[in-house]
Design a protein around this ligand. Structure first.
Ligand SMILES: [Zn+2]
Length: 218
């Protein structure tokens, strides 16, 4: 299994996840507090970007999984970078909220396997078929860790920023109280439009693929 795959064993989670470091972090959206959590067993480090006082109820929360290819390398194959930017914009607009950045690349299969899946996609398989051909289920992301991070930050209930019904269910299962959900628009481009359509059809993502955006980007 991948190092960055978040696999936790229910009851022991509280002993495994700790706040390892935190500091003020000036950004172009304002002064955030960044908090690094460490899984004592796997050594995995996850990050929270925190703005304002987030102890209490109805905290705006985005749980975001790492995507090196789009966020750092500028890949147009998915909408992760746009989602990350919009979520941070929302937190900054509200002046209060949390973005959890989980190190679980490629829906949990890891960077190398994600690139192998891209190779299969280049041969005509869709994103879910490619994962299955590599021997992985559709989505290996786990959210128990996110629930524990929110608890450690003092968040008691959330306004969840997501289009993904599986994420919503996963967080609720892990004990997060979700008061409401906020959807994010998903701008498409010619490279991502099929991926976004597949995601909508296979997982019930609430995505309105904007064909006009797509044409413009082309
Ligand atoms: Zn991505």
């Amino acid at each position: 299994m991948q190092d960055n795959l978040v696999v936790v064993a229910g009851g022991r989670l509280r002993d495994r996840i700790e706040i390892y470091g935190e500091a003020p972090l000036p950004t172009h959206r304002g002064l955030f507090r960044t908090v690094v959590f460490r899984d004592r067993e796997s050594g995995a480090e996850h990050v929270a970007m925190v703005l304002g006082d987030v102890t209490g109820e109805s905290v705006l929360v985005r749980v975001h999984s790492e995507c090196l290819t789009s966020e750092v390398l500028g890949s147009l194959k998915c909408d992760c970078r746009a989602q990350l930017d919009r979520a941070l914009d929302l937190v900054a607009e509200r002046g209060r909220g949390v973005l959890l950045y989980l190190r679980q690349e490629g829906r949990g299969i890891g960077l190398g396997n994600k690139i192998r899946a891209y190779a299969l996609q280049a041969q005509g398989h869709d994103t879910y078929e490619a994962n299955r051909l590599l021997g992985f289920p559709d989505d290996l992301r786990r959210y128990d860790c996110a629930a524990e991070m929110l608890r450690l930050l003092g968040v008691r209930s959330v306004e969840l920023v997501t289009n993904n019904p599986l994420k919503l269910a996963g967080l609720q299962e892990a004990g997060v109280r979700v008061g409401s959900r906020i959807q994010l628009p998903s701008p498409a481009n010619p490279h991502s439009v099929e991926y976004l359509r597949t995601k909508r059809e296979r997982t019930g993502h609430l995505i309105e693929v904007d064909e006009e955006d797509c044409a413009k980007a082309g």
